[in-house]
Write a protein that binds this ligand. Structure first.
Ligand code: C2E
Ligand code: MG
Ligand code: MG
Ligand code: MG
Length: 290
């Protein structure tokens, strides 16, 4: 902290900045090539109904099979992709790939047949004028009924944006479901919840994982509000059976998390779905009283 160190510190900062920018550029270049070379892969995580134990849908989650680096998680490259229109290319790819996969699950029969799929869509893609056409053409290319597709949009980008809301309405009119992802981490008020053009509310893991009784009360309130506004609720990040029971007690419809299944590659999905049924029957079966 010497006085003459000021200039030096600025240069160090410049160096750091240069490193960060270079790393960013490397990920962006790599990702662009990854899309072209088919190095991206979707894993699927089942969503289990808490009343019946049925798995009705899966969430598609992207991973990057980077040669020599194994499976890179989305937290590393999605934020980079979101700084340019690359995220829209990725969104288009995820839509097409997951819908093609649904058809393959259907054709194979068994526990993967008839599922719905939820695809994560970035706020940037929602704000672009291409989203509706991208969704339409992906549905057409695969011949999938629109009601089997849900788009997950994080709560933080669900702020009131007339063009974006109109786009969501247009998609809902086609029959596509819209979900608010990571609910509870953003700024949606109960008032907005009554008006947002969505069908599903996904409660963020941070609320599911808390043992604080006030958080449990909050989840109860959110489930109650969602219900009265006609929204279905998914609890994210359920890792323990005690959480399943707490969610059943507050009337939450469905749950997703490591307790039932981690996200798995497509070829392992049927086994994962069977595993969810088994876990549910063994430990979560809901016994209505009275
Ligand atoms: P998200 O949409 O909220 O997805 C849920 C994340 O929670 C996934 O992380 C999933 O693997 C993880 N998770 C599920 N169950 C549990 C659990 O019981 N415990 C814990 N600790 N974690 C659990 P993942 O796959 O690393 O994805 C992270 C985020 O990256 C996603 O959060 C989503 O925002 C984004 N993302 C993933 N795929 C895509 C994509 O195709 N497009 C876009 N735009 N974003 C994506
Ligand atoms: Mg999601
Ligand atoms: Mg989420
Ligand atoms: Mg999340």
């Amino acid at each position: 902290r010497a006085k003459d160190g000021g200039r030096g510190r600025v240069e160090v900062y410049d160096d750091d900045l240069r490193r960060v920018l270079a790393a960013h550029a490397a990920v962006e270049d790599g990702l662009r090539r990854a899309l072209a070379r088919d190095e991206l892969v979707l894993h699927y995580q089942p969503v289990t109904d808490l009343l019946t134990g049925r798995v009705g849908s899966v969430e598609a989650l992207v991973r990057w099979q980077r040669p020599g680096e194994g499976l890179v998680p989305p937290g590393v490259f999605i934020p980079v992709a979101e700084t340019s229109d690359l995220i829209c290319d990725l969104g288009r790819w995820a839509l097409r790939t997951s819908l093609a996969q649904l058809r393959a699950f259907d054709a194979a029969g068994g526990p993967g047949a008839g599922l719905k799929v939820a695809v994560n869509i970035s706020g940037r893609h929602l704000r672009s004028p291409h989203l509706v056409e991208d969704v339409r053409s992906a549905l057409e290319a695969s011949g999938t009924a629109p009601h089997r597709l849900a788009l997950e949009i994080t709560e933080t980008v669900m702020v009131e944006d007339d063009a974006a809301w109109a786009r969501l309405e247009e998609l809902r009119a086609i029959g596509v479901q819209i979900a608010i992802d990571d609910f509870g981490t953003g700024y949606t008020s109960f008032g907005q919840l009554a008006r947002v053009p969505v069908d599903v509310l996904k409660i963020d893991r941070s609320f599911v994982d808390s043992e604080d009784p006030r958080t449990v009360e909050l989840v109860r309130l959110v489930v109650g509000a969602a219900r009265s506004f006609g929204l279905r609720v998914v609890a994210e990040g359920v890792e323990q059976v005690s959480q399943v029971h707490a969610l059943q007690a507050v009337g939450c419809d469905t749950a997703q998390g490591y307790y039932f299944s981690r996200p798995v590659a497509a070829d392992r999905l049927p086994t994962a779905v069977d595993g969810c049924h088994t876990r549910y029957d063994a430990t979560c079966r809901f016994e209505p009283t009275g």
